[in-house]
Design a protein. Structure first.
Length: 373
């Protein structure tokens, strides 16, 4: 068992990277997909099922947990891992993005963000230091800096201002985090859709010698080619020997194309949120189980899967459950989608190990294009 945070780059295949992050609570095989457990639960899932699908790490959110049940209460209850019964690594987002997208934002200045809770309207202030303090109280293994993610499209001046403030906040978060050997604080590259700003952000963050680097400010509605172009501009500037995390991404197609450009870690609500709404991701593309064509189809979503939700339940039953808005429908489809995402990540890791990532990508996309049986 390692007492430090250690990233090992095992193999590369063109731009794709195979590696692993070893931490006291466990090892993260990369490229990794992190299921989102916003308020201390991966919605509609038991965490031992989440583990069974192959997840090595899950995500929690500072913004939601600071509002309810509060970081101090989680700490009094023994920390997030103990409370939710997940003893593997947890990464927590810092709250900046969620404040902008969820709360009644009141003020954002050098000191931090002031906002009204979307839960009960109470007023809160969060500085970079407080975000790191909250993540520490939660017991988070990988903590994200507080940053400002600007919604695109935006004025270049605005993007530059937010990027520069995020850099100053990164320094403050590094100081607040201090030395915690078994844990890590990641910086977040900002700069919108402007290559020069992205490069400057990545260069300045690299000087801080952090344990890992996220690419933020993307998956905010921009076209996929803009996102991929920002990766092409940003990733070569980041240190090769440290993990890169693309925040909020994405669809299976986004993931394949981002791995090809050098991303190691992903998180997205897509598999769980879509699952709750009846959308299944499969090796033959997306399947909307609400569609009438499934009403009497007794085949499972994927008889080759080792996930019971994919292998043992008929489309007809899933169709019925989702149409009836029954809880089990969202549970089974969330379970299936997470299993499919982890199966995709396992296929990616195996393909990189065998030096055939380009072939794997082509084969996978061909099968998606063939469409459902
Ligand atoms: N601290 C920080 N956190 C982030 C989280 C993000 N999450 C995204 N995108 C999520 C996209 C997203 C949203 C909803 C659904 C769905 O409902 O399925 C899917 C994807 N972009 C993001 C950017 C940042 C960022 O710069 N900084």
């Amino acid at each position: 068992m390692t007492k430090n945070f250690q990233f090992t780059l095992e193999k590369t295949d063109a731009g794709a990277r195979l590696g692993e992050i070893s931490m006291p609570r466990g090892t993260i095989r990369t490229p990794a997909f992190m299921p989102v457990g916003t308020v201390g639960t991966v919605k509609a899932m038991y965490l031992d099922q989440v583990r069974e699908t192959g997840a090595d790490i899950i995500l929690g959110n500072t913004y939601h947990l600071m509002l309810r049940p509060t970081a101090e209460r989680v700490a009094r209850l023994g920390g997030l891992h103990k409370l939710i019964r997940w003893e593997h690594p947890i990464l927590t987002d810092s709250g900046g993005f969620q404040v902008m997208s969820l709360s009644g934002l009141r003020k954002l200045d050098e000191q931090g963000v002031t906002f009204k809770s979307h839960v009960d309207g109470s007023l809160h202030h969060m500085s970079p230091e407080r975000s790191i303090e909250i993540q520490g109280l939660l017991g988070s293994d990988i903590q994200m800096q507080l940053d400002e993610c600007v919604a695109l499209p935006a004025e270049p001046k605005e993007i530059e201002r937010a990027m520069e403030m995020s850099l100053r906040w990164a320094e403050r978060c590094k100081v607040a985090f201090g030395e915690q050997p078994g844990k890590a604080m990641f910086g977040i590259v900002q700069g919108g859709d402007i290559p020069a700003l992205r490069i400057r952000s990545a260069e300045e963050l690299t000087k801080l010698d952090l344990k890992g680097y996220a690419v933020g400010g993307l998956a905010v509605g921009e076209p996929q080619d803009v996102m991929l172009n920002m990766l092409k501009e940003t990733l070569p500037v980041l240190p090769v020997e440290k993990p890169r995390y693309l925040m909020g991404v994405g669809t299976p197609d986004d993931i394949l194309k981002s791995v090809a450009r050098g991303i190691d870690m992903f998180d997205c609500v897509m598999p769980t949120r879509s699952g709750r709404h009846g959308l299944a991701f499969t090796r033959r593309g997306k399947v909307n189980i609400r569609n009438a064509r499934h009403a009497e189809d007794m085949r499972p979503l994927d008889e080759r899967s080792n996930c019971p939700a994919s292998r043992d339940y008929s489309r007809a039953y899933l169709h019925h459950l989702v149409r009836a808005n029954e809880a089990l429908g969202g549970m089974l489809l969330s379970w299936h989608n997470l299993a499919y995402y982890q199966e995709l990540m396992q296929g990616i890791r195996k393909a990189i190990a065998e030096g055939r990532f380009a072939d794997f990508t082509a084969e996978t996309m061909e099968e998606w294009a063939r469409g459902d049986l």
